[in-house]
Design a binder for this molecule. Structure first.
Ligand SMILES: Nc1nc2c(ncn2[C@@H]2O[C@H](COP(=O)(O)OP(=O)(O)OP(=O)(O)O)[C@@H](O)[C@H]2O)c(=O)[nH]1
Ligand SMILES: [Mg+2]
Length: 91
């Protein structure tokens, strides 16, 4: 399976990974290096976006707009009553 970080599909990820790799070449063992390693491993994971807000503030509308799909139910009154995870993959 190809590594999404190095596949070139996400230029920001690629750029940030490159910055991490540059830092890892010069950082000695220690908390700073550990922090960079942690950030780099996070870059290889799917992007997660949390949307929170008061009832009927437009959270589901925003999720649908971000994904370009009507995946979250929208209503004028209270609608989404549970914390909901939506997964999206463009690969
Ligand atoms: N005027 C206006 N209405 C909006 C906007 N965004 C959402 N709405 C409307 O606000 C209402 C509630 O939108 P939802 O997206 O269901 O809100 P929500 O925060 O997910 O609601 P809950 O899941 O019930 O907490 C719907 O009637 C939407 O059409 C906006 O930017 N402007
Ligand atoms: Mg909702």
């Amino acid at each position: 399976m190809s590594d999404p970080v190095s596949s070139g599909d996400w230029s920001l990820r690629v750029a940030l990974t490159s910055v991490c790799d540059d830092a890892l070449r010069v950082l000695p063992e220690g908390p700073a290096r550990d922090g960079v390693l942690q950030v780099r491993s996070t870059l290889a994971e799917p992007l997660r976006v949390a949307v929170s807000g008061s009832v009927s503030s437009g959270k589901s509308t925003l999720v649908n707009a971000l994904l370009g799909q009507r995946i979250a139910a929208v209503d004028q009154g209270e609608c989404t009553q549970l914390v909901t995870w939506f997964c999206y993959d463009h690969y």
